[in-house]
Design a protein around this ligand. Structure first.
Ligand SMILES: N[C@@H](CCC(=O)N[C@@H](CS)C(=O)NCC(=O)O)C(=O)O
Length: 221
């Protein structure tokens, strides 16, 4: 039994990316829920863990790691039985790193630009340029998928990262299967993981629905 705590919220994509990684490694994490809507992340105790007040945050027996990409790398490096999920080979690792930064700087950033507008700023309209930016990010992902997974022939933590965001945003900005066949094929492969639904699928769908419901409420207010 490990003594690893994860400060998390299942709706949050980067938290689900870490959940997928933990499942793939067969690690049990003690989950500590951080309710963003209630402002738990702005309380002094949480700010001591992560002054940037984002989730997820990992506490591995006193070693604190924030930021999902850093957490996934930490978990695989420390607890992985092999390096498939985060290869040690510099060329392979560089490809995974590139896909992790793509998730952080493109996929997640563009999703956040829409979701936060609705959830935290109370808006109901989504400006056309923000939708287009997301559609362009779908195109970039489609063109990146030249092999079965985002960083090559094998599944890595970059897939966990990208799917956590894609499964959330596609419920709000529709993704046409005919236009993005490689993305749909990739999602299908990840859905075959026995832990996929529990660790990510349900949460991704739930976040999309939550944002749409908030949007309706904001429109009526
Ligand atoms: N790049 C970061 C993004 C983390 C992030 O922005 N998390 C959101 C929830 S999805 C959050 O904690 N927002 C609260 C805030 O920014 O104050 C990661 O991958 O961990």
């Amino acid at each position: 039994m490990t003594n690893i705590k994860l400060y998390t919220l299942h709706l949050s994509p980067p938290c689900r990316a870490v959940e997928l990684t933990a499942k793939a490694l067969g690690l049990e994490l003690e989950q500590k829920e951080v309710n963003l809507l209630a402002g738990d992340h702005l309380k002094p105790d949480f700010l001591k863990l992560n002054p940037q007040h984002t989730i997820p945050v990992l506490d591995d027996d006193g070693t604190i790691v924030s930021e999902s990409h850093a957490i996934m790398i930490y978990l695989v490096t420390k607890y992985g039985k092999d390096d498939t999920l985060y290869p040690k080979d510099p060329a392979k690792q560089a490809r995974v790193n590139a896909a992790l930064h793509f998730e952080s700087g493109v996929l997640f950033a563009r999703m956040r630009f829409i979701f936060e507008r609705i959830v935290f700023f109370g808006k109901s309209d989504i400006p056309e340029d923000r939708v287009e930016y997301v559609q362009k990010s779908y195109r970039l992902l489609e063109d990146t998928l030249t092999e079965d997974f985002v960083a090559g022939a094998n599944m890595t933590i970059a897939d966990f990262s990208c799917i956590s965001t894609i499964s959330s945003i596609m419920g709000v900005v529709p993704m046409d299967e005919a236009e993005y066949p490689k993305i749909y094929g990739w999602i299908g492969r990840l859905k075959q993981l026995p832990y996929y639904e529990e660790a990510n699928g349900g949460g991704g769908t739930a976040l999309g629905k939550f944002v749409l419901q908030k949007r309706e409420e904001n429109a009526k207010a």
